[in-house]
Design a protein around this ligand. Structure first.
Ligand code: SAM
Length: 216
């Protein structure tokens, strides 16, 4: 086992499994995807640390545990179609691409989107489609999705995003304007109603856009 393979195995065991996430497919994907290739060169030594890291442009790659928690809560299955709002480094999209048939991901900052696209190409992630722009309104032409992950916090879960879920589909997103936000999982029920479950308190960068905070 090379050094990074060992570090990722330890990251999964000590930070993710130890906190109660046991989905074997999620754990295997997080062991496989080279997180160290999704951070700036200067941050590489800390890639597997138990914390978010700066990726430039005032943005972050999320803490490994939070990535695993969101993906496990979204119940991504083989054959699934997933939307991610907030590509950032591209790491979470690459993990989800190991689990789903197709991942659609949107990033509003062009420089980050370009870097993520380069990583996807280098790593051979052929089932990821990346778009630059405001993703707070989702990707209506590609909808419906089995799962939607929003990696930035908004004032509420936008109706326009919930409506892009299949019946039974799940949307995971941080909400609230406080320093600490609530990570919630919204399930679209068969009758067209929605159930919201609280997952944990989190701290995310803001969702900037038409259905997030203003300023896009
Ligand atoms: N999932 C990412 C990863 O694995 O590196 C981390 C995402 S980072 C916490 C949140 C990202 O959401 C930032 O890159 C930010 O630019 C982006 N973002 C914020 N508002 C957005 C919007 N309306 N549409 C698309 N991306 C947005």
């Amino acid at each position: 086992m090379d050094e990074w393979t060992q570090r990722r195995a330890r990251m999964v065991e000590e930070q993710i499994e130890a906190r109660g996430i046991h989905d074997p497919d999620v754990l295997a994907a997080m062991r496989r995807v080279p997180r160290e290739d999704f951070v700036p060169e200067a941050m590489r030594a800390w890639a597997c640390d138990d914390s978010p890291l700066s990726i430039g442009d005032g943005q972050t790659i999320s803490q490994p545990y939070i990535v695993a928690l969101m993906i496990a809560a979204a119940a991504i299955r083989p054959g699934g179609r997933v939307l991610e709002v907030g590509t950032g480094s591209g790491y979470a999209a690459a993990v989800m691409a190991e689990l789903a048939a197709h991942v659609y991901t949107i990033e509003r900052i062009e420089a980050l989107a370009a870097q993520a696209a380069g990583r996807f190409a280098r790593l051979g992630c052929t089932n990821i489609e990346l778009r630059t722009g405001d993703g707070s309104g989702g990707w209506p032409e590609a909808a419906p999705f089995d799962a939607i992950l929003v990696a930035a916090s908004g004032p509420c879960v936008p109706e326009v995003l919930r409506a892009q879920l299949v019946p039974g589909g799940r949307l995971v997103m941080p909400v609230d304007d406080d320093w600490v936000q609530r990570l919630v999982c919204v399930t679209r029920e068969a009758a067209g109603s929605y159930r919201e479950d609280f997952l944990c308190d989190v701290r995310f960068v803001p969702l900037i856009g038409a259905h997030g905070w203003e300023g896009a």
